[in-house]
Design a protein around this ligand. Structure first.
Ligand code: HT7
Ligand code: ZN
Length: 874
């Protein structure tokens, strides 16, 4: 496999000023003509273009080239003897979108045509440099049968259209902004359009158009409103105004990821557009709002200023995730959002940073770029951007953004350009901060504290960045450590900072060295430090807290993250104690300290969503140790803790549930989505699952009898079904079957049905998942279905890690089948199921390795899947 390296980057030898595309859509194929105005750069060698489409012909300045004038090998077309002066290159290709199951390039879904070009899909359409630093003005003409394809869309503004002979018609779209090929998009089909508009800050009326299947048109209203909120927010918080006259969003059921920010023509997975209270949970609404916002924010951070090369992906993704997180924080409870962000990162990105796929947010090399749309690039990338914000403050950060756009609007740039804008706008030296872009691995902070005789409190911080497969020796990084102190009553203690004598209750300590000492003056009493407030850096932090100190923080810390984290540490200790007891065949501990600390939480008068997260222990993935993991034992240890928690507070769940129900029902339009209603429902669903654990037989009977009146919307249904899903009882099967029947015509709800089957702890789950493969609604070509059934099973650690290796064999078989259809989805499945290999205990490691070796031995394995398999095996 040939890797590409960041160090090998060279500026393009040929720029392309204009691309004029014509798509002629026919029944069995689509013919594409690309006319490109090429600008050779000084000293350019032979022109090399990427392409994998069927090539029909090439012309230079209108003269067709004989086959001897070019060579095509390994999907690279080399043209000899092209002019040294600007010239016009015409390329004709023929595409077969109905055969394209990769969902990259031009493909067919439900009879309509869609494109996906990021990162390297444009080369499946025509021959082109297909790299993000070649930016051009695009004009696109589409011709198709008018009855079958009444809607013809591409980027930019529609400039022409009309009828053609033989029942055909055409449309011409022109995008006045230069863009890289990955932002090109086209849609042709029979779609229903929902229209709205937005009055921009500069007074222009922007047309908004959402395209869906006609049957889904009643589910786009929330997404349209979300877009308008995002447009307004970007104007008020970032001063960024939309630039075209129209913004279009198209929803498609077959899609590899969440959505795509193509200029003026976003294409979305239906999952992130369609939502109504009957079919979507509160979490789904939330997902729609943030993904709609994310893609919209890309218009500036990604499209107007784009990436020089794919190694810089986090330049646009980390920054845009940070922006969408801030949008969601401004629209919802900031505290709970931050906790969700931190928990998500720890559950999904920390394991990536501790495994075979570890890479810095700017990878140094890749084989298949599709494999680098990772938790690290996106989520850790967003945390890196957030650290600029924490270090510079909102004003300083906004100054940096302003300078970034002033310097780079219309350009393809690097992460260093972003860092330079932040540093220069604020007159600070951020050169050490560059290490966040080149060093992988989650830094560990070992902190200790002591009170000196003179009343100063000293914090000692030791920073280590663990070795990763790509790099062993690491340097200390620059990062903010937000800190406060609590006294024995949990009240904030003020202190002085030695550098300027300022009196404060909170400070941001700047870490730059492997070992540092920070003196907080005038403390004069015993304190408990509140550290890493707001999750100020994406690190693991150890401090030798006593259980009492953690209970104090959990009860009183005024920083919601630090308060939550104290509880999480207590939970971690409790699960570890359970694990030891299970390993020793000893009785389980009683967790008295934890439960005593949680009494305050159960009774506290706080935001219900905050209460729900405080009452939730870390996910299994957050609890994995560095090596020798027995995922099944850990699963049982965590489940035993949840059972004990459910029993300990058995008297409390019902009143808490009733309080939440009453509060929810007092809200206007209470079963519709709103942040307030969602917060109450999250507490309700937690109570419901605890009640089911504490008294399964009685509760199952109750749910079974009253399901219809209890299930007023999808969040209720989801909460109820998740709670009963693990019970081995025919009534659970009946509830699931009724659910599938009720929503038989709703593809997105059937994904939930498949996920329920696959995440169950019931012994028959492996068998049920296998049977679900032949369910009429399951389609191996549909990534949503594969993710719902197989992706969920790959995260069901109880069953995936079955001691006889059956779970591994099952997933390996599915990977083989999926890989021939959609390599990207297959590679994701391998990553989800097998990344833990080298950290497993020896028996399971050997079983998993043997499945990976069998996959590696397949000569026909895709580049995508092979890269992941080989990295895990390395
Ligand atoms: N920029 C997009 C990333 C992307 C993608 C989207 C759909 C299908 C395949 C894709 N490959 C890469 C999504 C985003 O981050 O906004
Ligand atoms: Zn993005």
């Amino acid at each position: 496999q040939t890797a590409k390296f960041l160090k090998d980057y060279r500026a393009p030898e040929y720029l392309i000023e204009r691309v004029d595309l014509c798509f002629d859509v026919f029944d069995g194929h689509t013919a594409v003509t690309a006319v490109m105005r090429v600008l050779p750069q000084t000293g350019a060698g032979a022109m090399r273009l990427h392409g994998s489409a069927e090539l029909l012909g090439i012309s230079v300045d209108g003269r067709r080239l004989p086959e001897s004038a070019y060579r095509l090998a390994n999907e690279v077309l080399t043209l000899d003897g092209t002019p040294a002066q600007p010239f016009e290159l015409t390329v004709q290709t023929k595409l077969y979108p109905h055969d394209n199951t990769t969902l990259m390039g031009l493909y067919q879904s439900g009879g309509n045509l869609y494109t996906q070009c990021e990162p390297e899909g444009f080369r499946k359409i025509t021959f082109h440099p297909d790299r993000p630093d070649v930016m051009s003005i695009y004009t696109t003409e589409i011709r198709a049968d008018k009855a079958r394809f009444p809607v013809l869309l591409a980027n930019g503004n529609r400039t022409d259209g009309g009828d053609l002979p033989n029942g055909r018609h055409f449309a011409v779209w022109h995008d006045p902004f230069a863009k890289p090929s990955y932002l090109f998009a086209l849609v042709a089909g029979d779609l229903s359009c929902t229209r709205d508009s937005f009055r921009a800050a500069d007074g222009r009326e922007i047309a908004i158009e959402f395209y869906t299947r006609a049957a889904d048109a009643d589910k786009v209203a929330f997404a349209v409103q979300s877009l308008k909120h995002a447009m307004k927010w970007d104007e008020s918080r970032f001063g960024l105004v939309y630039d075209l006259d129209i913004y279009m969003v198209v929803a498609v059921g077959d899609f590899n990821m969440g959505a795509m920010e193509n200029k003026g023509l976003n294409i979305f997975n239906t999952k992130y557009v369609l939502a109504d209270a009957r079919t979507a949970t509160d979490a789904d609404f939330d997902g729609v709002e943030s993904v709609i916002a994310h893609e919209y924010f890309h218009n500036w951070t990604g499209n107007r200023v784009t990436c020089r090369d794919w190694f810089q992906l986090s330049l646009k993704e980390g920054l845009t995730v940070f922006r969408d997180q801030e949008f969601s924080a401004d629209r919802n409870s900031r505290a709970v959002r931050r906790i969700h962000n931190a928990a998500f990162l720890r559950r999904h990105q920390f394991p990536e940073d501790a495994g075979p796929m570890a890479h810095p947010i700017r990878p140094a090399s890749y084989v298949e770029m599709n494999n680098f749309y990772t938790m690290t690039v996106y989520e850790k990338g967003a945390e890196v951007v957030r650290m600029y914000h924490t270090l510079l403050g909102e004003d300083g950060f906004q100054k940096g953004m302003k300078l970034y756009f002033q310097r780079h609007d219309g350009q393809a740039v690097t992460c260093d350009d972003f860092r330079a804008a932040m540093a220069d706008a604020n007159g600070v030296d951020l050169s050490q901060f560059a290490l966040w872009y080149s060093q992988a691995g989650t830094p560990v902070l070992d902190v200790s504290g002591s009170l000196r005789d003179n009343g100063d409190y000293v914090l000692r911080v030791r920073q280590t960045v663990p070795p990763t497969p790509d790099m062993v020796e690491k340097q200390p990084m620059m990062m903010p450590l937000k800190t406060a102190l609590l006294d024995e009553n949990g009240d904030a203690v003020r202190f002085r900072l030695p550098e300027n004598g300022a009196d404060t209750a909170e400070t941001v300590l700047l870490l730059t060295e492997a070992e540092q000492e920070f003196v907080l003056q005038g403390v004069n009493r015993a304190v408990t430090p509140s550290l890493l407030r707001g999750f100020s850096a994406p690190v693991r932090l150890n401090f030798p807290y006593t259980d009492q100190q953690l209970a104090l923080l959990l009860a009183h810390d005024d920083d919601p993250f630090a308060r939550w984290e104290a509880g999480q540490t207590l939970y971690r200790r409790a699960v570890a104690a359970n694990e030891t007891a299970l390993a020793d065949n000893a009785p389980l501990p009683d967790h008295a300290a934890l439960f005593a600390a949680l009494e305050h939480v159960v009774r506290a008068d706080i935001d219900p969503a905050f209460k729900a997260v405080l009452l939730t222990p870390p996910a299994e993935e957050e609890l994995w140790r560095a090596s020798d993991i027995d995922p099944v034992r850990l699963h049982h240890a965590r489940e035993a803790l949840l059972d004990a928690l459910a029993r300990h507070f058995a008297e409390d769940w019902l009143p808490l549930n009733l309080q939440a129900k009453t509060a929810e029902e007092a809200l206007p339009d209470c079963y519709a989505y709103s942040p307030e209603a969602a917060a109450w429902r999250s507490l309700r669903n937690l109570c419901r699952s605890m009640m089911l654990r504490a008294a399964p037989a009685e509760q199952l009977e109750y749910v079974f009898e009253h399901y219809d009146e209890m299930a007023q919307n999808m969040s209720h249904e989801w909460g109820l079904l998740n709670a009963v899903n693990h019970i081995d009882d025919p009534r659970r099967d009946a509830l699931l079957a009724r659910f599938a029947e009720k929503f038989a015509d709703q593809a997105l709800v059937l994904d939930k049905y498949f996920a329920l089957i696959a995440c169950s702890r019931r012994a028959d789950t492996p068998q049920c998942v296998r049977e679900a493969l032949s369910h009429p609604a399951f389609a191996p070509t549909n990534p949503n279905k594969v993710r719902a059934l197989l992706g969920t099973f790959a995260r069901n650690h109880l069953h995936l890690h079955a001691a006889d290796g059956a779970g591994y064999r099952f997933i390996a078989e599915r990977v083989r089948e999926t890989d021939v259809l959609n390599p990207q989805t297959a590679a994701d499945l391998v990553r989800a199921a097998f990344s833990l290999c080298c950290r497993l205990e020896p028996h399971r490691r050997a079983l998993m390795k043997s499945e990976l070796e069998k996959l590696a031995a397949l000569p026909e394995l895709s580049k995508d899947t092979r890269e992941i398999v080989e990295k895990i095996l390395a």
